[in-house]
Design a protein around this ligand. Structure first.
Ligand code: DUC
Ligand code: ZN
Ligand code: ZN
Length: 473
């Protein structure tokens, strides 16, 4: 047998199913042995009983996604995947977004160019379908699914992205026929528009009114409608960035009726509230403007409960980074604008795992197995990357995180994204990755080891969470 290139000795290995003591042997970028007293490797790390988890799979993040000028995302594939690696995430799935009038194929080609030679961790693409023409539905989407783009996002809000109900049905029918995972952003666009106009007419334009323009009712209604549309087509869906109780209730109702509805939530719904958008009219609240907006403490508890009891399948960042103090960011053109013109989104790709590990695992709110399931194993299964990604097993990529328990108060200076703030500044963290391996290479050990282009594009298989019956129809 070939010599092991790297051995992690004395690991406390955590998977979605088990926690056990073992050495992990790595060769050719993969895990080749797991066991006691493995033979010597060319290189060795004694991790001295520290917890080792699979590298995180961030299945919802936006990197260098085209925006209407002057607005531009703060992170591209270089800085975004750098931040991911430093925070323990070794696979990212951002979105190749179709502009209305654009071919889906052109959107994918453009997005490959944006990633080419820049990524430090592996990446796959979801699609965003904003213009489901007959050519997209009948030719482009089926062909792209076959080529490894096996998930796509449908928006029920945002003028430049949203689909009407009939269009959603058409796109869901393609997901059913070709075995793709349909992700849905569920907020009622007309309600948001109506509320926004009224708020604006009353002079209520400060960032905090973003939350008033998108109350939970608009998310609840759209979640229910998305579930009904999926029921009509008889296809599983995954509701992204669920923010609180009313949407959770809709998903529980769907499950109780035997419907296959998966759900995702994000750190902002555990660690932020609407008060972070401002308790007065200060513009600093723009730093936490994202959609759906964060809710309140009682809704945070509903989300914690859903993470533990299986309501949520995946925990993603929804990293959508815009600088705060910048004309291409939260102050478009250099102005403090009305809430409805503030770019939606917050950074979080690097803090997703440390926040959940600190508050969830070390705070006694969830098991280590649950942490791994939500942050790595399930996202890999939901999007056709398992078992290559998302687990610690012989044959899987050697994407691993060694955790160090240490307390500190987070500030933006700790982070490696290109943004000028983190919405989680001041949060007390209790752990951070001591070591991140991607394909057996050290990318983070307290210092970042850059090799732009080391991250490879991953073609996704049919998601293993989808029912097999779909494949024969
Ligand atoms: N909401 C989204 O739907 N996407 C990106 C950022 C956000 O806040
Ligand atoms: Zn969304
Ligand atoms: Zn998003």
């Amino acid at each position: 047998m070939k010599a092991l290139e790297l051995v992690l000795r004395n690991a406390r290995v955590a998977t979605a199913a088990d926690v056990f003591e073992a050495d992990i042997g790595i060769a050719g970028g993969r895990i080749v042995q797991i066991g006691q007293q493995l033979p010597a490797g060319v290189r060795e790390f004694d991790v001295a009983g520290r917890v080792v988890t699979p590298g995180g799979v961030d299945a919802h993040c936006h990197l260098d996604q085209p925006m209407t000028p002057p607005v531009r995302m703060a992170d591209d594939f270089d800085t975004g995947t750098r931040a991911a690696a430093c925070g323990g995430t070794t696979t990212v799935i951002p979105f190749a977004a179709q502009e209305k009038g654009q071919s889906l194929r052109a959107a994918v080609q453009d997005y490959h160019q944006r990633a080419e030679g820049k990524a430090h961790v592996d990446y796959a693409f979801h699609l965003i379908v904003s213009d489901p023409t007959p050519k997209v539905l009948n030719e482009e989407l089926p062909a792209l699914i076959r080529e490894g783009y096996t998930s796509f996002k449908i928006y029920m809000t945002y003028d430049d992205l949203k689909l009407g109900d009939g269009q959603i049905l058409d796109v869901l029918a393609v997901a059913r026929r070709h075995g793709a995972m349909a992700m849905i952003h569920a907020e009622n666009a007309d309600c948001i528009e109506w509320l926004s106009k009224r708020l604006e007419a009353a002079g209520r334009t400060a960032p905090r009114f973003h939350a008033h323009s998108r109350p939970m009712l608009v998310e609840r209604e759209a979640t229910h409608r998305a579930i009904a549309l999926a029921e009509l087509v008889d296809v599983p869906i995954l509701i992204v960035h669920v923010s609180g109780r009313e949407a959770v209730e809709q998903i529980r109702w769907a499950r109780a009726h035997g419907l296959s509805v998966f759900a995702e939530t994000c750190p902002q719904y555990l660690f932020l509230t609407a008060e972070d958008l401002g308790i007065d009219d200060s513009y600093h609240g723009a730093k936490c403007v994202c959609s759906p907006p964060p809710r309140d403490k009682s809704n945070q508890e509903v989300i914690w409960a859903g993470l533990n009891d299986g309501l949520f399948t995946v925990f993603s960042s929804d990293h959508a980074p815009f600088k705060y103090d910048a004309p291409e960011g939260k102050k478009p053109g250099g102005e403090e604008v009305a809430f409805r013109h503030i770019p939606n989104g917050i950074p979080g790709i690097e803090t997703r795992l440390p926040l959940l590990y600190s508050e969830g695992v070390l705070g006694g709110r969830m098991t280590l197995n649950k942490f791994v399931e939500l942050t790595a194993t399930n996202p890999a299964k939901a999007y056709g990357l398992h078992p290559r990604k998302g687990t610690i097993a012989v044959g899987s990529d050697a994407d691993l995180v060694v955790w160090e328990e240490r307390e500190f108060v987070l500030s933006n200076s700790h982070l490696h994204h290109a943004g000028d703030y983190t919405p989680y500044a001041g949060q007390r963290l209790r752990a951070w990755p001591a070591l991140t391996l991607c394909g057996g290479e050290v990318v983070w050990d307290g210092a970042f080891h850059a090799r732009a282009g080391r991250g490879r594009f991953l073609a996704c298989a049919t998601p293993s969470l989808l029912p097999q019956r779909q494949l024969s129809n």
